[in-house]
Design a protein around this ligand. Sequence first.
Ligand code: IMP
Length: 184
Amino acid sequence: MRIEDVEGELDRILLTEEEILTKLDELARQVEEDYKGKRVPLLVGVLKGAVVVLSDFAKALNFHAEMDFMAVSSYGHGTKSSGVVRILKDLDADIHDRDVLIVEDIIDTGLTLSWLIENLESRGAKSVKVLALLRKPDAMKVHVPVQYLGFDIPNEFVVGFGLDYAEKYRNLRAVAVLAKHVYS
Ligand code: IMP
């Protein structure tokens, strides 16, 4: 979806598609370098938000990327995530002794991601690393290691590139701050 299709619903554009794709290319070069000579890492996306980033990132990689997906729901009060997580859809792959690269759209509190890293490590993964397109300031509170980061963004509600508001805007070709009138 183009920006002009929903222009009146956006406060401002934070990142254009071009900026995001350029950054994903840079991150892909780093990942290729870091895993050189090893079996390719399994890319793990957390549904649904990570799908768009994972797809563009996988296309930027110059090796055969294996992908797998999980769906989780975190119990929380209202919009706050609590860190207590339930698996709705598990991985198909056995990750024992494999290098795993979690691909995320955004890290906010980081609670879900901390749980996920521990969960995948407990299955005997050789390594679990994280690539995130976006990171908000609260992520600094719980220290979540992010080996490959796209952009640090301010603490505002953003949509696009996989991120939704009520299941809308996921396919927007940009990351944008949603206009207040849309959700208030
Ligand atoms: P947390 O890091 O456990 O707090 O949760 C991160 C998840 O919250 C992301 O995967 C998104 O689904 C959602 N989220 C956090 N911030 C935003 C936002 O600005 N827009 C849309 N979804 C968000």
